[in-house]
Design a protein around this ligand. Structure first.
Ligand SMILES: Nc1ncnc2c1ncn2[C@@H]1O[C@H](COP(=O)(O)OP(=O)(O)O)[C@@H](O)[C@H]1O
Ligand SMILES: [Mg+2]
Length: 465
């Protein structure tokens, strides 16, 4: 559990990365450094040899005495701070034979050296460089041939210990180890501190989210920095605000719904009490029973509507799509309204365009939307208002529209007509009709729009064909 915490992981990651970096430097970079330092040293030795070999060659070509040659060798060695060895080249039975002719050092046994570079230089007639291990450690060597006419008669070898290169590299290695150790310590401490800060900030967010999960919308999500965690804090804050809004919308809905249910129930109670009165004459009793029936019908419709809306909002309303002819559907639904239209003294015109209007949709639900729209065109317009129901196909979509010649919708109400429980006049509706119709339209991937122009108020349902 502790091992899997963000803090431990980040700290270990910091430590691991530093360790890898130090290891790479130690085992990969330092050997390269050593060889390149060695090469550099040999190169400068070669330059020295190129510059100073002619001094010895001149003396050799002058056929000077051995003593003078020795002096020249020692003086070049002094001036270049290297060991200088002059070898003579002779033709032997087994090829070239090299022998030490003169050497700037007297303390060291010259026999300990093989001078392989000298052999290469004598054979090829070109300068050669290499290294050889001696009693004092590795020795860098550069050999340059000295010609007598066309043949190589001598070879001058300049030697310089490579020990200081090794010493330098060793020093660098030790310094890398010290710096690496310090770096690792720093990575541990730094990783721990950084990850502790991050873990603390995450903890604060987690506590806030817990609070919201418990239904407490007063949590604070400090967006103290402009990084990812700051963004997360802002997103959580937004989420909290929206959840808060949803929660208050839900409470408002329940309050309104209970109020809507209570009013008819109270009124029912009142009428039932009146009906219990023995002395009621038959006419009044019949009148009261009629009112009671009306209230019960209203309650029943309200209950059905509430159930529909809550199912729609919970997404649990099941749709049963099938191939439907919207023209036929419109004709059937409008036929149901013949008595109501008659009572309202209205004429309903059907415009179906002659062609079948095929769409795959749930016919029951489309019919429900159409009933809501026609019912509104009847209830919210004065008697004698005519209406037109249109079914059409346009741009790959199908539409059903209900237009009436009524007074339209006031501009301050237009934005709210689709809200649950919103009613703008005293027609005694529950205000759920358009809310249900819009939810249904959206569940069917369609839309419900309104054009509130007085004289031809139009509600149109559009569905994907
Ligand atoms: N065809 C219409 N003409 C004028 N106003 C309308 C029309 N249809 C809807 N409205 C307005 O929209 C409001 C909401 O309608 P609705 O959701 O069906 O609830 P209800 O019909 O129960 O009042 C109505 O109260 C009414 O003011
Ligand atoms: Mg209505």
């Amino acid at each position: 559990m502790r091992l899997r915490s963000l803090r431990t992981r980040l700290t270990l990651l910091f430590f691991g990365v530093t360790l890898v970096a130090v290891t790479v430097v130690f085992f990969y970079v330092t050997p390269q450094l050593e060889s390149s330092l060695r090469e550099q040293k040999l190169r400068s030795l070669a330059e020295t040899a190129e510059a100073f070999t002619p001094l010895i060659a001149d003396v050799v070509r002058d056929n000077a005495s051995n003593r003078r040659i020795d002096q020249a060798v020692v003086s070049v060695a002094d001036r270049t701070s290297t060991r200088v060895t002059l070898l003579s080249v002779g033709d032997g039975t087994q090829g070239l034979q090299l022998a030490v002719f003169s050497d700037s050092t007297t303390q060291v046994e010259i026999e300990d050296l093989q001078f392989e570079v000298a052999e290469v230089a004598a054979r090829t007639g070109r300068p050669a460089a290499g290294s050889e291990s001696s009693a004092d450690g590795l020795l860098g060597q550069v050999a340059r041939p000295i010609r007598d006419g066309l043949t190589v008669s001598r070879v001058a070898v300049f030697s310089d210990p490579l020990a200081d290169v090794q010493g330098n590299v060793g020093l660098i290695r030790r310094q890398i180890l010290v710096a690496g150790g310090l770096g690792l310590l720093l990575a541990l401490v730094g990783g721990f501190l950084v990850s502790r800060t991050i873990a603390r900030r995450v903890k604060v967010l987690e506590e806030g989210a817990d609070k919201v999960a418990r239904g407490d919308f007063t949590a604070t999500f400090p967006a103290d920095q402009d990084d990812e965690l700051g963004q997360l804090a802002r997103a959580l804050d937004d989420m909290q605000r929206q959840l808060g809004q949803l929660e208050s919308a839900r409470k408002r809905f329940i309050a309104t719904a209970s109020h809507e249910l209570r009013t008819p129930i109270f009124s029912l109670g009142g009428f039932l009490e009146l009906l219990q009165d023995e002395e009621l004459d038959d006419d009044t009793r019949r009148q009261f029973v009629g009112v009671v029936r009306e209230q019960v019908d209203r309650l029943g419709k309200l209950a059905t509507d509430l159930l529909d809306l809550s199912r729609l909002e919970a997404g649990s309303l099941e749709l049963r799509p099938e191939a439907t002819d919207l023209g036929v559907l419109a004709r059937t639904v409008t036929a149901e309204f013949i008595p109501a239209l008659d009572k309202h003294d209205s004429h309903l015109e059907l415009r179906l365009g002659g062609q079948p209007i095929q769409a795959v949709c749930d016919p029951e639900r489309v019919a429900q939307v159409l009933r809501i729209l026609i019912d509104n065109a009847l209830t919210h317009t004065p008697a004698g208002t005519d209406m037109v129901v249109t079914a059409a196909r346009e741009n790959g979509a199908v539409s059903l529209a209900v237009r009436d010649g009524g007074p339209g919708i006031r501009s301050d109400a237009i934005a709210r007509v689709f809200e649950p429980f919103f009613t703008s006049d005293d027609a005694q509706g529950s205000g759920l009709g358009l809310a249900i119709a819009r939810e249904l339209a959206e569940r069917m991937d369609g839309s419900l729009a309104v054009d509130p122009t007085p004289g031809h108020t139009t509600f149109s349902l559009e569905l994907p064909a």
